[in-house]
Design a protein around this ligand. Sequence first.
Ligand SMILES: *Cc1c(COP(=O)(O)O)cnc(C)c1O
Length: 364
Amino acid sequence: MIPFLDLNQVNAPYLQAIEDAAVRVVRSGWYILGNELKTFEKSFAEYCDAAHCIGVANGLDAITLILLALDLPKDSEIIVPANTYIASVLPVSYLHLTPVFVEPDPRTMLIDPARIEQAITPRTKAIVTVDLYGRSCEIAPIIDLARMHGLKVITDAAQAHGATYEGEKVGTWADATAFSFYPTKNLGALGDAGAITTNDAALAEKIRYLRNYGSVIRYQNEYQGVNSRLDEMQAAVLSVKLPYLDGENVRRREIAGRYLRELQCRELTLPPADRINEDAWHLFVVRHPRRAELVAYLEKHGVQTNVHYPQPIHKQLAYKEYKDLHLPLTEQIHEQVISLPLNPVLTDDQVAYIIQTLNQFDHQ
Ligand SMILES: *Cc1c(COP(=O)(O)O)cnc(C)c1O
């Protein structure tokens, strides 16, 4: 069986260095808000060409802390993509802001700038964009729209470490960008971890307070903050892996390129082939009208796949107040998407086998 993702294999090349880093942290006697975090924040900011990086506990908190720092009025409407993982939207709800779901461009499956414009009302205060599957959304026109209407832009780049748009890294476009280092992401820790990048010094400083009870000097609290810190152990692991991220993304692009050139199957929609080298290819998401059949066929032939995601947010029980909302593009995407294995440890033979197997689907 070709597994969808084997984290043991993904981390195997770095095992010795990770173990050395772990021993260093254990022996340091300092486990929260120390030098490992400072070092990682500095290198991740540099990696993203961003002025500031603040390490936090996870990707969900990264989005929440940005919104918390922006301190938007309670009845604000926040534009969010309808096609995304629920973590992009939950922070909006936590803070008693109103998510306004916007349909994607069916070609990229990412939020459609033209539809954003239609959704803006006098109550709109911010846009959450998501670089879903590893590809940057159409961020330049979105930033223009935001400037024109006085809106903040927050990017959820949890799936897009290292992706670029017009040659510039995803962590620099928005007012602030949220990253997750959940173990399966392109840059993955060995537990929960996240970060925020921004070029806004005041926003960065406020987030630094907010992630630590609203305090940067012990027992002196400027804000009602939360506890959301990236710990020393995870920071040390991330510092080991960060130098290899670009190389791993190159390998992801090679595999994506082969899939795009060689997959041939009737009714199969491939992801867009433009900007192959700007995309971080966290996931390779294809669409097929007979998804269940294709998934079962691949499984039977030893190829494990996944679905990102099976149910749209507005159809989840957690968002039952939106259940009558009709978002046909998003709903169709959720019925048809299949993620094929794409990770830096897939071998050329495995990629060839996946292509050959899928190309036989119409001829079985
Ligand atoms: C993983 C992910 C998150 C949440 O990250 P956590 O670290 O698990 O909290 C948010 N948004 C997207 C798009 C993700 O893929």
